[in-house]
Ligand binder design. Structure first.
Ligand SMILES: *[C@@H]1O[C@H](CO)[C@@H](O)[C@H](O)[C@H]1NC(C)=O
Ligand SMILES: *[C@@H]1O[C@H](CO)[C@@H](O)[C@H](O)[C@H]1NC(C)=O
Ligand SMILES: *[C@@H]1O[C@H](CO)[C@@H](O)[C@H](O)[C@H]1NC(C)=O
Length: 301
């Protein structure tokens, strides 16, 4: 079987799937079209072990380092728009969950008002732990009893740090319950077209970044320290206001999303939710099994 493919974009035919999965080529036909992003074209020929399956995939699978002519042209229409979806996603990537990363955050640090949520980027911090999660929720807790108290934060001499206090968050990540930062990031794949409400509540703070160039760049996967959050949810003393913002999404597209959740002292809580069109606010969810993907699914990074 040989398919001659359209010059624009990369087209994966069912045989490519069959080849990758080691299946027979009589699998039902599916075609995934990835919009062309780039200014040159290369071709790759894959030959099946049986010799029966030949697939020509016109790439770039990743935008290659190719020489370009100096003629100036309008940018390709498939360039991701700020705040929008990423167009080049690995078609074999599974919805394995969002990346969750745990960062140091000293008492009186992020979520107390200063520093900003970009601190883990500007300070070049390395995660203390990382995992994957489909769930973006952990319940409110309160100060523990029976643990030794110390007072390591001079500006608030009465604010206790409980020695040995830990809590489980998501993806099996266990943190210093007194003070910590968690970054949840990856792709949200919309199941519906229309207005979605992105909502968050947190003790002490969750900064939500959304879309290309805001959560991270579709071109290199990097988050910018200058990005302004779509929304900021703050809370303390068991009062965590829910903040929502509307975004217009297109079914099937992969939207970068990034939460920077922090707790600077005492109890903590977190709830990041998405309300799909035609779903009641109370029926929104923080369990995204099947529709969230790790950042590494981006084809360009
Ligand atoms: C929590 O704060 C204390 C005191 O500032 C610090 O020693 C500790 O490393 C912090 N924990 C984390 C996870 O950042
Ligand atoms: C958390 O989000 C769910 C929706 O996923 C909502 O029903 C629930 O009321 C929220 N709970 C808290 C404590 O914010
Ligand atoms: C997330 O959900 C998908 C689909 O159910 C599942 O395959 C994946 O293992 C889940 N990831 C985690 C971290 O639980």
């Amino acid at each position: 079987m040989l398919k001659t493919l359209a010059p624009l974009g990369a087209v994966f035919v069912s045989a490519a799937t069959a080849l990758a999965l080691g299946e027979r080529h009589d699998t039902p036909s599916t075609t995934t079209t990835i919009p062309y992003l780039g200014d040159c074209t290369t071709s790759t020929t894959l030959t099946g072990c049986s010799g029966q399956v030949t697939v020509v995939v016109q790439t770039p699978i990743a935008v290659p380092a190719c020489t370009t002519t100096a003629t100036s042209t309008a940018p390709p229409t498939s360039t991701p728009t700020p705040g929008g979806a990423c167009l080049l996603i690995d078609p074999f990537c599974k919805p394995a969950g969002l990346d969750i990363e745990y960062y140091a955050n000293p008492m009186g640090g992020y979520s107390s008002g200063n520093p900003p949520s970009s601190y883990y980027l500007t300070q070049g911090l390395r995660p203390l732990d990382s995992s994957l999660t489909n769930v973006t929720f952990f319940p409110q807790n309160t100060n523990p009893v029976g643990l030794e108290r110390i007072y390591p934060y001079p500006p608030l001499p009465n604010a206790p740090y409980f020695v040995g206090w830990q809590r489980e968050t998501n993806g099996g990540v266990v943190v210093d319950a007194n003070n910590f930062t968690l970054v949840y990031q990856g792709f949200y794949r919309a199941r519906k077209t229309g207005t979605h409400a992105i909502c968050a509540s947190a003790d002490n703070e969750d900064d939500v970044f959304f879309g290309h160039g805001n959560a991270f760049s579709c071109l290199d996967g990097k988050a910018s320290a200058n990005a302004q959050p779509l929304l900021v949810a703050t809370g303390a003393s068991l009062i965590n206001g829910v903040i929502c913002k509307d975004v217009d999404l297109v079914s099937g597209l992969y939207y970068p999303v990034r939460n920077v959740m922090g707790n600077w002292q005492g109890g903590s809580a977190f709830n990041f939710t998405v309300k799909e069109p035609d779903v009641a606010l109370e029926d929104r969810t923080h369990d995204f099994a099947g529709r969230v993907y790790p950042s590494k699914c981006g084809l360009l990074f």
